[in-house]
Design a protein around this ligand. Sequence first.
Ligand code: C5P
Length: 233
Amino acid sequence: MGHAMKRYFQIAIDGPVGSGKSTVARLVAERLGWLYVYTGAMYRAAALAAMNAGVPLSDAKAVARLVSEAQIGMSNPVGREVDRRPTTLLLNGKDVSWEILSEEVSKGSSVVAVHKEVREALVIKQQEIARTKNVVMEGRDTTFRVLPDAQLKVFLTAREPERAKRRHQQLLERGEDVDYKQVLGDLKKRDERDSNRKVDPLHVVQDAWVLDTTDLTVSAVVDKILQRVHELT
Ligand code: C5P
């Protein structure tokens, strides 16, 4: 009966802090003309929705309900939206692309992200997005939880000092005055926490392509991934 459903191409990009996954995912999506799905933005939107509704971030069920009922739209920035934002995110029709990047929302996002119910609600939305178009989806759980059947799974990594250097550079560019040693220490702690947490810890799935970017430029990494996509399509 009926027609076979078209299966869209899914690229899932995972990796630790400072592996370059956001930059790489965005550029790969841009080059292919596919949707870049920044899953972190959705955790941020969940926190913002709760804050706006006066729902405590600790209330897993209430936040999850808000998320399920919310309309979260993501698109690659076009026209006037091209203002260095990582993605365009509409929360119930309102453009909150910049609001979700605030420090307050950042903190809130990692609070709501620990709730199983919230994660489930967001994963459903992420999977719905990937059913309707080709995507380059970036996030800590994309290779095994969100898109376990992705045609291409990339685990980006780099040696620790290099990742700390990149993270340090990023913070300096944002005007944050921190020293390299502290950044390296924080990164080690965060790696440790991300790898050992109970729910969806950072790990390399068996069918992932592990790409060490320590000695590669961003554009070299992007080209390698594009080449692999062309081989697969
Ligand atoms: O990537 P970003 O730092 O913007 O993500 C914000 C927060 O959302 C993270 O600190 C993390 O707690 C959570 N997150 C998550 N799973 C994802 C993406 C983000 O738990 N796939």
